[in-house]
Design a protein around this ligand. Sequence first.
Ligand code: ADP
Ligand code: MG
Length: 481
Amino acid sequence: MTDFKMAWEAVLRELSVHIPRSQLLTWCQRSALLNIEEDILILGIQSDFYRGWFEKQKPQILQIAKTIFKDVKGIEIIIDKEVASGKHLGIVDIPHLIKNLEPDEEEERKIKTRKLPNRHEEKLEGEFISKIIDERFTLRNFVVGEENQLAHAACRAVSDDPGGAYNPLFIYGSVGLGKTHLLQATANEIRRKNQETLVVYLTTENFIAEVVEAIQKRLMEKVRQKYRKVDVFILDDIQFLAGKDRTQEVFFHLFNDLYASKKQIILSSDRPPLELELTEDRLKSRFSMGMIADIKLPDFETRLAISKIKAQEMGIMLDDELLNFIAFNVHHSIRELEGVMLQTKAQIELQGISPTPKSVAKILKELNKGQKILGYSEEEKSSTGLARTIEDVLEGVCDYYQVPKSEVLGTSRNREFVVPRQIVMYLVKKHLKLSLQIIGEFFTGRDHTSVMHSLKKVEQAKKDDPNLWRELNTLTKELGL
Ligand code: ADP
Ligand code: MG
């Protein structure tokens, strides 16, 4: 299984050279190489919504895969429940992968302007410091609500006085609630205040890998020496220490050394210390010696504030109604909130669609099958409601532009009504394939030449006006045409 995971990771890494990273984030977060059957790669994805993108990338993926498995001949894409639930072991951590890629040009420009001087790289043999600590995470851009206030305050206190009263600091909560953000923000803050401080942030997976390699190469002593030198040691997601007895043992000794010399230790986990599955029971009691803070899902207001910040960071404009709608309907994690926003951004950029509650509701539904989307009353109707008649289209368009049907059907020359009227005609002609005459009859007092004239107008305006083009795309999609 891990081999497939590594292979898939290698494929995605190579793919990242050819496609924007935002696409990798949007489409590949839940995907895995499930198997190779008779030289066909079986890729698991989370739902049909993602299929189109993967189909398009198939030739490219195949080409890359051939450099790893030289006999592969094709790719089959299937929807896999375990992948969809995020539990499949072959799922690659995309944000992490991206963080470790060579910076792309634009990224590089940004980093140049904000890079912290890093004097400790050689001392620590490089690898970990600057690559893994993401400078975008700060304590300031972490939105504080009642549910994460304690963890945030503890991080702030630790950054003011590393190795002081809160040692070790143990933060726990389920996935996507901001643990990694807080840990890295604390690292950044400590280094900002004192660049002499040697801060190391490691994921537990990295740490395990390093210990395993060191044991094989008989370099354990060197690794031990290396980490003893640090002032602040941060280990993320330590629930993954379960079953890794040797690493637990190594960590136990490292912990004692660091603690005895008043070095700050910061840990995160998806559960409290006593619930960790560790063979080294002594570790659990060590973890409980300092400060323990949990994080829960922030309430609606905090989620709304976060969604506003994220929209800004992602460079997308969403109106308040939509941000409200997203914040209201996200029930699991902030990562999920970000996922919805990233996909909304992709819709805007890749498909030219202006997001509406309906299109966002669809994304939410894809992420959480069976979830009831609240605050969206059209939902029941829309799930079956493809526009099949002129009346359906008229209703959809009037709804969209917020104009009364009677005016659109009538003879008003007011632009506010003329444009929706022309759009109804255009959509009906194009998608329902009705004759000009029938369309003319539907609207009061029009013959087929007047319908023809309207169609031409829309065709022309569509070329000249990108907003109209977008609106038409949105309407077509909304109405299921
Ligand atoms: P965890 O490590 O707990 O799984 P992360 O730290 O990776 O979660 O958080 C997931 C995403 O949500 C990150 O992009 C993070 O910036 C964001 N996030 C979580 N909580 C907050 C918050 N309170 N304010 C701003 N962003 C947040
Ligand atoms: Mg994390």
